[in-house]
Design a binder for this molecule. Structure first.
Ligand code: IPM
Ligand code: MG
Length: 372
């Protein structure tokens, strides 16, 4: 009997999802052995795979299993097969949004950390990356993602030249409590880190942002150790590539966080290196920040590290297994320091002899874990 046993609801999804999930399971199995913990992974359907099998992007059975599990590990959803569906048809992404909402996972953490051996892989100069360690806290269950999305046809004057045409709208709304709970979490996180919290908004234009800014100011006042600053989102996008080391914790609403986190992933060299944790009321969910990369699916060349780094976050946040998480993180450092790369983080000139596929780089990682 193992000392502990955890039930993980695994959602491989679409595109490269199943390939990278398989590697995450191998890592979990190895860590389970090393730390005398039993991880029971059970696959369930989400996204395009679920639409094909059941017609729904988030089948009821998947949600029930997720709720009953100790943690949810998701890979990625979406692909060209399900793009541009007929009006009213389901999209794979709806499964992802629905599970976040159903589990009330309103906090999305995207830690941006630079692996020293990959400093060359970034498009930014290595000196700009020095000292970069950012925690992006993205609000995940509100804002424009979850407001009404509507389209009208035959609207007088909506067409070019005053003719009839279509008109669409997406509503962005935030209630006080939605802002408060995520900003409070971010303040707490900042207090445990370097004490700096930057709240990102567009308060010069948007009413939701003006409410966000007032709330952030009021909440941060409760935290003596936290120094709060505010930044407009356009400026934040610029500062992230100009001087990313200035940021400690960055908190922002859903859509701004979506965009800024993709941008910030490039500091790490690849979107293939950015993990995420979604926390809130229900079972926590861990997933890479990248998509399903349909263009490379099935080729065995996808970078599994964001998925594996999501396992690291799961060990820390859901299971309190910091020692195992540190061992995993060290092993990843060593594999990269030894020069092993997947294609997305490789320098074509210098790394060409060291480019590995999805399973082979995981083999190196398992060797590094075993030699710990
Ligand atoms: C992400 C993704 C999702 C999002 C998509 C797939 C719906 O881009 O997790 O960042 O926009 O939240
Ligand atoms: Mg995104």
């Amino acid at each position: 009997m193992s000392a502990a046993s955890y039930q993980i609801c695994t959602l491989p999804g679409d595109g490269i999802g199943p390939e990278i999930m398989e590697q995450a399971k191998r890592v979990l199995a190895a860590l389970g052995q090393a730390f005398d913990v039993e991880f029971i992974c059970e696959d369930a359907l989400i996204g395009g795979a679920a639409i094909d099998a059941t017609g729904s992007a988030l089948p009821e059975e998947t949600l029930e299993r997720a709720k009953a599990a100790d943690a949810v590990l998701l890979a990625s959803v979406g692909g060209p097969k399900w793009d541009n569906p007929a009006p009213g048809a389901v999209r794979p992404e709806q499964g992802l949004l629905a599970i976040r909402k159903a589990l009330e996972l309103y906090i999305n953490l995207r830690p941006v950390r630079i692996f020293a051996p990959l400093a060359q892989a970034s498009t930014l100069k290595p000196e700009v990356l020095e000292g970069v360690d950012i925690l992006i806290v993205r609000e995940l269950t509100g804002g424009i993602y979850f407001g009404a999305h509507e389209r009208e046809t035959a609207v007088e004057g909506a067409g070019t030249g005053g003719t009839q045409g279509q008109r669409a709208r997406d509503i962005m709304e935030y209630s006080e409590y939605e802002i408060e709970r995520v900003v409070r979490w971010a303040c707490d996180a900042a207090a445990r880190r370097r004490g700096r919290l930057c709240s990102v908004d567009k308060a010069n234009v948007l009413e939701t942002s003006r409410l966000w800014r007032e709330m952030a100011t009021a909440i941060a006042a409760d935290f003596e150790q936290v120094e709060l600053s505010h930044m407009y989102v356009d400026n934040a996008a610029m500062q992230l590539v100009y001087n990313p080391a200035q940021f400690d914790v960055l908190v922002t609403e859903n859509s701004f966080g979506d965009i800024l986190s993709d941008e910030a992933s490039m500091l790490t060299g690849s979107l293939g290196m950015l993990a995420s944790a979604s926390l809130g009321e229900g079972t926590a969910l861990y997933e890479p920040s990248h998509g399903s990369a349909p263009d490379i699916a099935g080729q065995g060349i996808a970078n599994p590290l964001a998925q594996i780094l999501s396992v690291e976050l799961m060990l820390r946040y859901s299971f309190g297994m910091d020692e195992a998480a540190d061992a995993l993180s060290d092993a990843i450092e060593r594999v990269l320091a030894d020069g092993w790369r997947t294609a997305d983080i490789a320098d074509a000139q210098t790394d060409s002899q060291h480019i590995l596929g999805t399973a082979a780089i995981t083999d190196k990682l398992l060797e590094a874990l075993a030699s710990n």
